[in-house]
Design a protein around this ligand. Structure first.
Ligand code: AMP
Ligand code: GLY
Length: 422
């Protein structure tokens, strides 16, 4: 099989690493890919959001399967263009991807299908937003409707801050078009859980539950980031597992009832409240960095699973998870997440030990003239797999100690908290 992965970050490096191991895969392409991904796949200078160019490339090379990494191409309808051209795609079409790129659409979907979520209202004008803020009790969360690269959600301490946020998003347009509509919702409390499912249109399989560390600093302090690290699995009780399955059953039934054929990963960000799990948000793609902590735990063929989803036959596909745990620590550039400094030489990459249980997933690196340098805010994810989370954590931080670049910073408490939720 010839496979094309769309994207270029740490998640795509992990996807390429796992896909390259597949017995089914004879040739792997990645668009646009990265210098690190180039060791695993042939990188192609294509705009992953340009459906016609991607479809043209697939026709020319005889690509059998496209795996879409980031949300941009999904929101741009690339999966639809490819399906029309009879290319198999792992990733939902534009209509279903709206669950991620429109928070008001997601809120309406959840409410209509009676799926537990925070009470909230979608507001298209500042007047509507002001009245929603005044009508709701307690701390509030203001969310920009559109894609905002992790900057679109503000948990507000009081009404004043909620109104200021509305002003920023709607009047000052600090997030451009993404903030023209907002969702205002009640603030929920509890541990968060990233639940990713492989979906083939009718059935789903849950990947090991994972936990992201979104805040920049130890102890969940500082601003939100794309994710400073992750671990998997997070163990749950049978009762919680049943509630989570109940949510996914209802989401799949809702998608079918709405005529949405969903094939790809469906990621639900859940908050485990005293009233049970509630959906905070959907992503229509693999999480980053959750994927880096999940994929090493799969004991089966990822390309075969993606193909089975694309073809609507996930049910009988082999699906096995390894025992043990995996921890991914993100090394970030100076000034991340504001305006990261790039172009700094990285030491330790060439000498990094090639081991089955210690991996380096490159998120933002480049290798101009043969020298590894930083090329993004999140630089690499050092990922370790071991018999349990404590051992995986030790090994991951041992890996971290082998790398350095000017201004490098990272959290020291990844996998330091709640490893199991009962
Ligand atoms: P997102 O950018 O949509 O991934 O959301 C970012 C983060 O905002 C989530 O991971 C939560 O920590 C927080 N968040 C979103 N919605 C709520 C809510 N209703 N109550 C409390 N926190 C929330
Ligand atoms: N780690 C959160 C996300 O992928 O959106």
């Amino acid at each position: 099989m010839k496979v094309l992965i769309l994207g270029s970050g740490g998640r795509e490096h992990a996807l390429a690493w796992r896909t390259a191991q597949s017995r089914l895969v004879q040739k792997l392409y990645c668009a646009p890919g990265s210098d690190a991904i180039a060791a695993l796949a042939e990188c192609v200078a294509l705009d992953p959001c340009d459906g016609l160019s991607v479809a043209g490339f697939c026709a020319e090379k005889g690509v059998d399967l496209v795996i879409v990494g980031p949300e941009g191409p999904l929101a741009a309808g690339v999966a639809d263009v490819l399906r029309k051209a009879a290319v198999r795609v792992f990733g939902p079409g534009q209509a279903a991807a709206r669950l991620e790129y429109s928070k008001s659409f997601a809120k309406r979907f959840l409410t209509r299908h009676r799926i537990p979520t925070a009470r909230g209202r979608s507001c298209a004008t500042t007047a509507e937003a002001a009245s929603a803020i005044d009508s709701m009790k307690g701390p509030l969360v203001v969310k920009a409707d559109g894609l905002a690269a992790g900057k679109g959600v503000r948990v507000c301490a009081d009404r004043e801050e909620a109104k200021e946020t509305v002003e920023d998003f709607m009047r000052l347009k600090t997030l451009q078009a993404a903030g023209e509509t907002v969702v205002i919702e009640e603030c929920l409390c509890g541990p968060e859980l990233s639940v990713l499912a492989l979906v083939d249109g009718r059935t789903y399989k849950l990947l090991p539950h994972s936990r992201d560390h979104k805040r920049l600093l130890d102890g969940d302090k500082g601003p939100n980031t794309g994710g400073m690290g992750a671990f998997a699995p997070v163990e749950t009780s049978a009762e919680l597992e049943a509630s989570i399955r109940g949510i996914f059953d209802a989401v799949l039934a809702g998608l079918r009832a709405d005529g949405l054929d969903y094939r790809g990963v469906l990621y639900a960000g859940l908050m485990l409240t005293a009233q049970g799990p509630k959906v905070l948000e959907f992503n229509c793609r693999f999480g980053d960095p959750e994927t880096q902590a999940i994929l090493p735990l799969l004991d089966c063929d990822l390309a075969a699973l993606c193909l089975a989803c694309a073809e609507g036959r996930l049910g009988p596909a082999e699906f096995k998870v390894r025992p043990g745990a995996c921890v991914c620590v993100t090394l970030a550039s100076e000034n991340y997440p504001r305006a990261p400094m790039t172009g700094r030489p990285i030491t330790g990459i060439e000498e990094f030990p090639a081991r089955e249980d210690l991996m380096l997933f490159h998120a933002g690196t480049a290798r101009p003239g043969g020298l590894w340098t930083t090329a993004g805010g999140r630089v690499v994810g050092v990922t370790a797999r071991a018999a349990d989370a404590a051992a995986a954590k030790r090994l991951a931080y041992e890996g971290v100690s082998r790398l350095s670049f000017d201004g490098m910073h990272y959290r020291r408490d990844i996998a330091g908290e709640i490893l199991a939720i009962r």
